[in-house]
Design a protein around this ligand. Structure first.
Ligand code: 3EB
Length: 334
């Protein structure tokens, strides 16, 4: 099996039955969605020539489609891609748990039930979006509420919430439901950490009552292939934000972190080395006005790499951007 990632202003014009799923990023004028699982990232695309971009994972094998408990998914052999969108208004807050916490726990519970049933138990990569991520309600920031629900679901599914956890990102999008897309497989991922940073799952309590459950990156192995996912990466050293208020400083520091995770990937990879210029990037920018400074800072570091810029809120109020990236290699090309 080979997985291919394609990006274009429109969804492929004729469905081939090989689409596993993907994302629709931007503000499309026409609301029609393709028939495969699509995560809607309805946020302004910055500096793009089109209003929206479809990113689609294609399998070279026919795919099987399914739906369960609001998850729309497709699978091909040892790999499954799914999307779940939940409306927080459908969840009641309980004593000690906000509606968002409850919805987050429920979303992950459903994902784990599906993965167990489909025998693709290993969560490889997760894309998390929610509205008003930095808003404090009942004394706790919404991102921190999300972290409690997410961690509880990992613990409850006996997956553990440290070490072997998926690569991920978590961003705020205005008006978004709780939206979670995920890729999972029959084989375990090789999780990556960043030697410059405390693992997120070991963050101290000053960042919230529960640590976030994600790894800094992952190497995953659909058959005949190695995919590198670098998680959302920000200007954090140790566990602290560095360069608050300085977008160029944050951009350089975030790239130093991406390079550090890349170094770990190259240490553990079964394929040829990855280079910063070969990755496909998604960059989340808190203030659209910072786009130019970020572009100019990234240009010499990544060369002609593909970069999609999206306006989004980052999960700490003092972070101005977050950078994620991925690449695919054949293990044979060593
Ligand atoms: C950080 O390093 C920045 O909660 O899933 C990056 C990637 C971040 C994933 C998540 C959060 C998440 O802490 C934020």
């Amino acid at each position: 099996m080979a997985l291919q990632f394609v990006s274009s202003p429109s969804a492929v014009s004729r469905e081939t039955s090989r689409e596993l799923g993907g994302a629709l990023i931007g503000e499309p004028s026409n609301g029609a969605l393709p028939g495969w699982p699509v995560q809607r990232v309805f946020a302004p695309l910055l500096g793009a020539t089109s209003a929206a971009i479809h990113e689609t994972w294609l399998s070279d094998e026919p795919v099987i489609a399914g739906r369960s408990e609001d998850i729309v998914w497709r699978r091909a052999d040892g790999l499954l891609f799914g999307v779940i969108e939940l409306d927080e208004a459908d969840f009641s807050p309980t004593t000690g748990a906000s509606a968002l916490q409850t919805a987050s726990e429920e979303a992950y519970r459903r994902i784990f039930r599906l993965l167990d049933a489909e025998q693709v138990p290993h969560l490889w990569r997760v894309w998390n979006y929610l509205s008003a991520i930095n808003l404090e309600t009942d004394g706790l920031e919404r991102y921190r509420q999300f972290n409690i629900g997410r961690q509880d679901a990992f613990l409850e599914s006996r997956r553990g919430a440290t070490g072997n956890v998926p690569a991920a990102c978590a961003l705020g999008l205005a008006g978004s439901p709780l939206s979670i897309a995920f890729m999972a497989g029959a084989t375990p991922a090789v999780p990556l950490e960043n030697p410059r940073q405390v693992s997120a799952y070991n963050y101290p309590a000053e960042y919230g009552p529960r640590s976030p459950t994600f790894s800094r990156g992952a190497l995953v192995y659909p058959s005949g292939q190695e995919i590198l996912f670098i998680s959302g990466t920000a200007s954090i050293v140790g566990h602290e934000t560095v360069f608050p208020g300085d977008v160029v400083g944050q951009c350089r520091e975030a790239m130093a972190n991406v390079a550090a995770v890349l170094g770990e990937a190259n240490r553990l990879s079964r394929s040829a080395p990855y280079a910063l210029g070969d990755l496909a990037y998604r960059v989340y920018v808190r203030h659209a006005n910072d786009l130019r400074a970020i572009r100019e800072t990234l240009a010499p570091l990544v060369g002609a790499a593909d970069i999609v810029y999206v306006q989004a809120d980052i999960c700490r109020h003092d972070l101005l951007l977050e950078i994620e990236a991925m690449a695919s290699h054949s293990p044979e090309e060593t």
